[in-house]
Ligand binder design. Structure first.
Ligand code: HPA
Length: 282
């Protein structure tokens, strides 16, 4: 008996213990005791990981425990340990989404693992629809703030003070210091408010008008829960959207995930350099 009974903590009911356990496995598998910065690469952002430094280890996320198999096309399932100068970067080559049917704590497990592994800064990337006039497909935009309309939060239930407070402040969830640093790397970077929806449908034109009325300038299906979890756990967050399309109803185009990925692929090199430069200076 004995060893077979050792079970991995459930990220849904024991998110802190699960994050600790995954961080321990990460250190063991990579030989890196602490990672300084985590990067989550969303749809089409994966090529950016090739530009961040020397990949010293790559393993399936599932090996860390607490992660489900990723399912959506364009999302990988590995995590890389990358050395950039004296920094160790943890790059998630894809993410878990709510619309795949996962609990918010599972969506947040990667970010929480990164924080328990030492990351003081978390860089989140995604693909998004753009609403603001003048936005164009292929444009990277810094997220300045968000509206969480997913109807979910990774802070539901008894608060674990080992992560952070019951009622975390969100006034500076997207760290002004990191946004400034990003703009010093690329002065043309604009900022916008990201509105997070559950998905997986793209929005109806009426929903896009609602998003605009609520102050959203970017719309997408990820990021907000990870930001909440990271901010709760005390990490600085930087988030960058790649505008892959104008939001539904703003053009005559039909939205298609393949087109989203194609735009992302065209911009991959530029995005990779941007993120690598920013991460190198965090
Ligand atoms: N809406 C929601 N998510 C998205 C979009 C969009 O228009 N484009 C890329 N991800």
């Amino acid at each position: 008996m004995g060893a077979a009974l050792v079970t991995f903590p459930d990220p849904v009911t024991s998110p802190f213990d699960a994050a600790e356990a995954s961080a321990a496995r990460l250190a063991e598998a990579t030989g890196v005791e602490r990672h300084d910065v985590a990067v989550v690469l969303g749809s089409g952002w994966k090529p950016a990981a090739d530009r961040m430094g020397e990949v010293t280890a790559e393993l399936p996320m599932t090996e860390l425990g607490g992660f489900p198999e990723a399912s959506v096309q364009g999302h990988g399932t590995t995590v890389r340990s990358i050395r950039n100068g004296d920094r160790h970067i943890l790059a998630f080559m894809g993410r878990v989404h709510l619309y795949e049917g996962h609990h918010p704590n599972v969506v947040a497990h990667g970010v929480r693992t990164a924080v328990r592994a030492g990351a003081k800064a978390v860089v989140l990337t995604n693909a998004a629809g753009g609403l603001r006039p003048g936005m164009w497909a292929g444009q990277p935009v810094l997220i300045s703030d968000h509206v969480n309309l997913t109807g979910h939060t990774p802070l539901l239930g008894v608060n674990d003070e080992r992560f952070g407070p019951r009622f975390p402040d969100m006034s500076h969830a997207y760290a002004p210091r990191l946004r400034e640093l990003a703009r010093s790397v690329d002065p043309e970077l604009e900022e916008a408010v990201y509105l997070g929806l559950l998905g997986p449908t793209y929005e109806t034109p009426a929903e896009v008008r609602m998003v605009g009325a609520l102050g959203g300038e970017l719309v997408g299906m990820s990021t907000v829960l990870e930001t909440i979890a990271a901010a709760h756990a005390g990490a600085e967050v930087l988030a960058v959207s790649l505008v892959t399309n104008l939001a539904a109803g703003l053009t005559d185009e039909v939205l298609d995930h393949d087109d989203v990925l194609a735009v992302a692929a065209t911009s991959a090199e530029r995005m990779g350099t941007l993120i690598a430069d920013i991460v190198g200076r965090i």
